[in-house]
Design a protein around this ligand. Sequence first.
Ligand SMILES: [Mg+2]
Length: 234
Amino acid sequence: MKIIVFDLDDTLIYTECFYNKAIAQLIALISETTFPNNLSVEAILKRYKEIDKINFKQFQYSIGRIEKTFIKTIEVFCSNNEYVLKKAKKLVDSILKLVPTLIPGTIDVLNNLNKDENNRLFLFTAGNLKIQKEKVKLNNLNQYFDEIFYSISKTLKDWQRVKNILKERYKYRRKLEFISIGDNYARDIIHPFELGFRCFLVKGNADFSGYFEKEKHCDSYKLLNKLSDIFSYL
Ligand SMILES: [Mg+2]
């Protein structure tokens, strides 16, 4: 039996593009406000990322992190300009209200995998519980999975917990194969690989460099250019 554990954000649905759009608007706002200082987009983005990496270590996926990063970035470049701060808060509110949409082809892949009686599909997603549940609900994803695991992080311990639940559930099955499919090398590949999963990294747009613990090396995963490429391997 194949136990296939999917990641959600930027594996099944587009998430990062919303944040990128908001960050682009934030940068435009800073450039506008600080004109004619000629701050480059790269310089603002670099500072934004530095601030967000620090905040991520402390706040992880709590709702307030993005807002804190936005405000700190404004403070760095525009001092405490009330008008700009207000606009930045509005930007954050607007991205939190958006619901990421499905990456084309996702439903076909889930349907086809579910047709095989030998497969069991699970979703394991890390993030703010309320927001993650909303993403699943509004994209009608519940129906495709035997169970959805929500967590605030995806550490080795979290993966161990998920694997233990799955092992217990199928303890009377003779041949179990655990599979992880996700877009984040640090979270969806390294840890499950350590626990004996077969791992597939979906090529995505999100840039996670510097956000996670120093990455161990894992050379035994397959890179998928798109989700449906999984059928070449399963
Ligand atoms: Mg992801």
